[in-house]
Ligand binder design. Structure first.
Ligand code: MG
Length: 398
């Protein structure tokens, strides 16, 4: 038989306006969920996941049951979003633990999706059990990034798996054989991003009461800046079946052909064409790009349509809307063939018209043509004088 004692603490931190983390700390069932998504979406997502897990885990007695509970929580987050456009893209991480009885004795099963973590503290040593489902964590596993580079990587917050964004969710599963004195720590990234493992180890090593240890960790994370919501559960094995040493077994839960290690996150992304989980940050960035493109197209169309030019076609003088020769994909459009012909303008103007004359508006273009006619008329002699022996004739052509 295994007897557990646990304590938890959760706090919005020093910067965030609301706490989007939710915690389940219930004798034999535990979960930390870190929600994300604007318009209160993060709070709704993590609360929906925890409510679903609380109900499912109450009757869970097997590893498959725990997997089912996580999948049900995924569906609960999707259902909580409904058709509300403000909740599009909301999701939550989940690191979940459940004590179950097996023929070999009691075991603590641990499941995770996202970058909230589970750790085992045994014999003074802290060991990370879960693997983060984040872009930088997968780049580190592929050897493309060092942990030091990951700490400042601009996309270190991009999560590759999350509950609530897809009907299908891949869940990692671990089985812990605990011995008396072992502690299990579940936490959101708000703790890990503020405290290094050395400081976490020191607290777990010196603060015996699990609630006090959880509260001390949250207090320290806030003292370091508290940039994110912070949630911590400390689970102590008071009595256990294990007698010599604790152990962690990893039970994989990825679909056939997607065994971890065989295919990297980048390879899978290329094969599938897109990541399985898209965080709201990615959606937000895509919307921004679309908005910029639409804005650019609108401006170019507006600019092109606000331009006019006068030119000659055969003997006619015509007015076009647009830029001479066109602007990108926008061709000029003929808006008027004037009643004026090239015979009614000065020769010098005919040469200029052959090269297009731009005007800021249609009325300005029409006025330009009217001015050409006026100019031509003024240039004509008002009388014809006949001198014996010579003659002067007003010319009207070139
Ligand atoms: Mg967080």
């Amino acid at each position: 038989m295994t007897v557990l004692r646990s304590g938890s603490a959760t706090d919005k931190g020093m910067i965030r306006a609301a706490n989007q983390d939710s915690v389940l700390n219930d004798t034999t069932s535990f979960a930390v969920c870190d929600g994300m998504g604007g318009h209160a979406g993060g709070e709704i997502a993590s609360a929906a996941a925890v409510d679903s897990l609380r109900a499912s885990l109450a009757t869970t007695t097997t590893a498959e049951g725990l997997m089912e509970a996580v999948r049900a929580a995924n569906q609960a987050v999707i259902d909580a979003g409904g058709d509300d456009p403000n909740l599009v893209g909301m999701g939550t991480t989940a690191v979940v633990a459940r004590l179950v009885g097996t023929s070999a004795g009691d075991r603590l099963l641990l499941a995770n999706v996202g970058d909230s973590r589970g750790y085992l503290f045994h014999d003074g040593q802290l060991e990370q059990i879960t693997e983060d489902h984040s872009m930088v964590a997968e780049l580190i596993r592929d050897g493309r990034l060092s942990p030091a580079e990951a700490a400042t990587h601009p996309q270190r917050h991009v999560i590759t798996r999350v509950l609530g964004t897809s009907d299908h969710v891949d869940v990692d599963l671990f089985e812990l054989n605990l011995i008396s004195g072992d502690r299990v720590l579940l936490c959101s990234d708000g703790l890990i991003n503020e405290l290094d493992e050395e400081e976490i180890t020191r607290v777990l090593d010196t603060v015996a009461d699990p609630t006090e240890a959880a509260e001390d960790l949250v207090r320290r994370a806030n003292a370091h800046g508290g940039a994110d919501n912070i949630s911590v559960i400390v689970i102590d094995a008071l009595v256990s079946d294990g007698v010599s040493s604790s152990s962690i077994s990893t039970v994989r839960a990825t679909p056939p052909g997607l065994e971890k290690g065989e295919e990297s996150w980048l390879q899978r992304r290329r094969r599938l064409g897109a990541p399985r989980a898209i965080t709201f940050r990615v959606v937000g960035f895509a919307l921004l790009v679309v908005a910029l493109i639409v804005g650019a197209i609108s401006f170019i169309t507006w600019y092109s349509n606000s331009q006019y030019y006068v030119t000659s076609e055969g003997n006619s003088i015509v007015i076009y809307q647009g830029r001479p020769g066109g602007l990108l994909w926008i061709s000029p459009k003929k808006v008027e063939t004037t009643s004026t012909t090239l015979n009614e303008v000065l020769p010098i103007r005919r040469a200029i018209l052959a090269k297009d004359v731009t005007e800021p508006s249609l009325s300005a273009a029409q006025q330009y043509v009217a001015n050409l006619v006026q100019e031509f008329k003024q240039a004509q002699p008002t009388t014809t004088t006949t001198v014996p022996g010579t003659s002067t004739t007003a010319t009207s052509g070139g």
